[in-house]
Design a binder for this molecule. Structure first.
Ligand SMILES: *[C@@H]1O[C@H](CO)[C@@H](O)[C@H](O)[C@H]1NC(C)=O
Ligand SMILES: *[C@@H]1O[C@H](CO)[C@@H](O)[C@H](O)[C@H]1NC(C)=O
Ligand SMILES: *[C@@H]1O[C@H](CO)[C@@H](O)[C@H](O)[C@H]1NC(C)=O
Length: 332
């Protein structure tokens, strides 16, 4: 090929690329729902917990959480909007909410309602360049609450377990279905956490809790497939007809991330807290009773991982999966 033609070709490719980049004015807007793993200060604003002496700025960990890390990575290159409705103590099923114990915790229906109210009031920007993507991460509290209720009540543990599994899958399906019906086209569901790994769960309960968690994994896959089948069958032109639910994996994936964190923590089954307390109780003065190097521990308190996990999860696990489904820009 003559030299001039090669140069011309190179020039055209460069021009085309820059046109493509300039044309991409997409603003990624993430609307987020969940519990204390995801709350970036909602419960703190309403109730002053978790205790700021020992937790970082309303996050239920010793530093930023996955939402902060995801935002920081994306917004270094792209305009990003975050609307976070998650609360500590948040649950997928209303029956698992205990507002006597945790007055500021909100269930999925309330969190979704708060988002829809903000949307109706025009507090959330909408426009042709805005891609609205919801991300929901629930289930850990549901499993803990439902399990302790079942254990207290006695009765047949197998039957109780089956009920927990099916009701949780139903609640999650209703939550993502409600978002799709409200016109969110891209609905992301983060799989449940492997709660059996939390230091709170005593050794003798780890295996039964792990079985329960596996049951939830299977049920959620089926429930999400059913929701997607309904969305595909929705009348053309209805909000739901353009929506899809993306289930990003299962609890084993989240569990592997805990093992992948680098530098690797030294302790996985004992938390940094020397004296376990509930992160939802205000306990001033407790600062003296946390360990000196939290990131030696996979878990900060009895249920919440340290910020090192959040960083790894947000940037090295969740982001690549979002990118795989084109739910996040790929050049970060
Ligand atoms: C996201 O990160 C940007 C850049 O650091 C920051 O300005 C913005 O406040 C962050 N948004 C949230 C919701 O934290
Ligand atoms: C809610 O929490 C309160 C206070 O801890 C407790 O007494 C009550 O039994 C709980 N209710 C349910 C339904 O778990
Ligand atoms: C969510 O719950 C809070 C506290 O009960 C309430 O003030 C708020 O109105 C609820 N939101 C919706 C949309 O129902």
């Amino acid at each position: 090929m003559p030299r001039c033609a090669i140069i011309l070709l190179a020039c055209s490719v460069a021009v085309l690329l820059s046109v493509a980049q300039a044309a991409d004015k997409t603003v990624y807007q993430y609307v987020i729902f969940g519990d204390s793993l995801t709350d970036t200060g909602n419960v703190f604003r309403d109730g002053g917990v978790p205790d700021p002496l020992i937790y970082y700025k309303g996050r239920f960990t010793n530093g930023p959480n996955w939402v902060d890390y995801l935002n920081a990575t994306l917004s270094s290159k792209h305009p990003v909007q975050i609307y976070n409705y998650a609360t500590g103590g948040g649950v997928a099923c209303s029956i698992n909410l205990n507002n006597t114990r945790y007055p500021y915790a909100r269930d999925a229906i309330n969190q979704t309602g708060n988002f829809l109210a903000d949307l109706a009031r025009g507090k959330i920007p909408t426009g042709k360049d805005i891609r609205r993507i919801s991300i929901s991460w629930f289930a850990a509290n549901d499993i803990m609450v439902a399990l302790s209720r079942a254990l207290t009540a006695g009765g047949d543990p197998v039957k109780a377990g089956m009920e927990i599994v099916s009701s949780l899958a139903t609640c999650l399906a209703q939550h993502v279905g409600a978002l799709a019906a409200a016109g969110v086209h891209e609905v992301v569901l983060v799989p449940q956490s492997p709660v059996q790994m939390a230091p709170l769960v005593p050794a003798y309960l780890r295996s039964p809790v792990a079985q329960l968690v596996s049951g939830v994994d299977v049920a959620v896959v089926q429930a999400v497939a059913a929701v997607n089948a309904q969305l595909e069958a929705a009348p053309p032109g209805s909000p739901a007809s353009r929506a899809h639910v993306y289930l990003l994996g299962d609890s084993k994936w989240v569990g592997r991330v805990i093992g992948d964190v680098r530098p690797a923590p030294k302790y996985f089954d004992k938390s940094c807290f020397v004296n376990p307390v509930s992160s939802m109780d205000l306990t001033p003065g407790l600062a003296a009773r946390i360990c000196t190097d939290p990131n030696d521990h996979a878990f900060y308190d009895e249920i919440h991982p340290t910020t090192a996990f959040h960083k790894w999860f947000g940037v090295n696990a969740l982001l690549p999966r979002l990118q795989m489904f084109r739910l996040a820009p790929r050049d970060v």
